[in-house]
Design a protein around this ligand. Structure first.
Ligand code: FAD
Ligand code: SF4
Length: 344
């Protein structure tokens, strides 16, 4: 174990990745200074209703995470964003608005991601028509007020989902796939069919990427058990008719014909983009030029941040990933940070 018991690790971010990193480091016997710009733990978990693939309640998962964090080795400093890490002769200084708020021997950056701003895809009418919402907004509605999905007190008759909004789109310079929006759209389509059995639910996709364990099964369930309709095609435009319903124009690329449908809700499955409060680490470039997410020095070898000593990354600050993947990368980063402290 560590010869010098005074070693400290700082973890920046208290989403699933940061929680796992902080808890693992504490269990390995290291004192952890834990920072988050929010004043609560959970990150995006606070925004969700039920999690794919098995529809576990997000609150339950959050509670299970929270139960692990009450150890004396974890020192919480919440409500403050860390925007810069400065290397001062091997000591890593944590800066918030130009002011040093702490220091550490090793730092794990777990600052997560932002949701794509759907206003940048004007053709879908987000921010213009009230019935055009994003997938996290649908999660919020399901979590806090499902009745707000009714139209004049009655079940909606038609809902459409559009995949790949803000991902795989050369027009806006985002070429990568956000990996999790397909399964989010599949899960939310099932939830809509369960809540409103008379409602027609249609998902417009480019291709379905259901890569994770249980995702393909959920896709099959959506089609066979819940009769969710999947149309392969790009939506070109959304507009509002006189009855304040949304009219969608698309092309069914399998059938080779145009499609026009009118819906009560249009849900945009927005992608994951690099966090706007991403920490600047020293003066070295440590982001991927193509995607803007943080980049590992050697992705095959671990989580050490490109160009840095003693700084590791965990979770979706390194690119789109699921909660189990983010938690696993948090645990791995904690083990690597300990290894670094032992060997240095
Ligand atoms: C619509 C949608 C639905 C999803 N649903 C699921 C699901 O059902 N199941 C699943 O497995 N995955 C789901 N995901 C993926 C899931 O959101 C991520 O896997 C997870 O949030 C990644 O955790 P994280 O800790 O890396 O980041 P985050 O959850 O983003 O947490 C980052 C934390 O860092 C803090 N932070 C950021 N910047 C700073 C800073 N500068 N200083 C201090 N603190 C900072 C933030 O406040 C936040 O608490 C979904 C994704 C989307 C887009
Ligand atoms: S996961 Fe699906 S919806 Fe999301 S970007 Fe990839 S293909 Fe598009």
């Amino acid at each position: 174990m560590l010869e010098n018991e005074n070693h400290r690790i700082a973890v920046i971010g208290a989403g699933p990745a940061g929680i796992s990193a902080a808890v693992t480091a504490a269990e390995l016997g290291i004192d952890v200074d834990w920072y988050d710009k929010a004043d609560q733990i959970g990150g995006k978990l606070n925004d969700y209703y039920q999690l794919f693939p098995d529809r576990t309640s997000a609150n339950k998962v959050l509670q299970e995470f929270d139960d692990q964090t009450g150890t004396a080795r974890i020192h919480k400093h919440f409500g403050k964003a860390i925007n810069h890490i400065r290397n001062d002769h091997g000591r890593l200084m944590l800066m918030s608005d130009q002011e040093a708020v702490g220091s550490a021997d090793s730092v794990i950056v777990a600052t997560g991601f932002d949701f794509f701003d759907a206003r940048n895809k004007e053709e879908f009418g987000y921010g213009i028509y009230n019935q055009v919402i994003t997938s996290p907004e649908l999660e919020q509605k399901l979590r806090t007020n499902p009745d707000s999905l009714k139209i004049d007190g009655a079940a909606p008759a038609n809902i459409a989902f559009v995949h790949c909004v803000g991902s795989r789109d050369q027009q806006i310079g985002i070429n990568y796939c956000s990996r999790l929006c397909c399964v989010t759209g599949i899960k939310q389509a099932i939830e809509m069919r369960e809540m409103f059995p008379s409602c027609r639910v249609v998902n417009f996709y480019i291709d379905i990427r259901a890569f994770g364990s249980g995702y393909e099964e959920l896709y099959r369930e959506a089609q066979e058990k819940h009769q969710v309709q999947f149309i392969r095609g790009r939506v070109s435009e959304a507009s509002e008719n006189q009855q304040h319903r949304i009219v969608l124009k698309a092309e069914d690329t399998l059938m080779g014909r145009p499609v026009k449908i009118t819906v009560d809700w249009l849900v945009l499955l927005i992608g994951m983009v690099p966090s706007c409060t991403q920490v600047q680490v020293a003066d070295h470039p440590c982001t991927d030029q193509e995607t803007g997410f943080l980049k590992a020095a050697n992705a095959f070898a671990g989580n050490r941040l490109a160009g840095q000593t003693g700084v590791f990354m965990a979770g979706a600050c390194g690119g789109p990933m699921s909660i189990p993947e983010a938690a696993a990368s948090g645990r791995a980063a904690a083990a690597e940070a300990l290894q670094y402290l032992i060997n240095r």
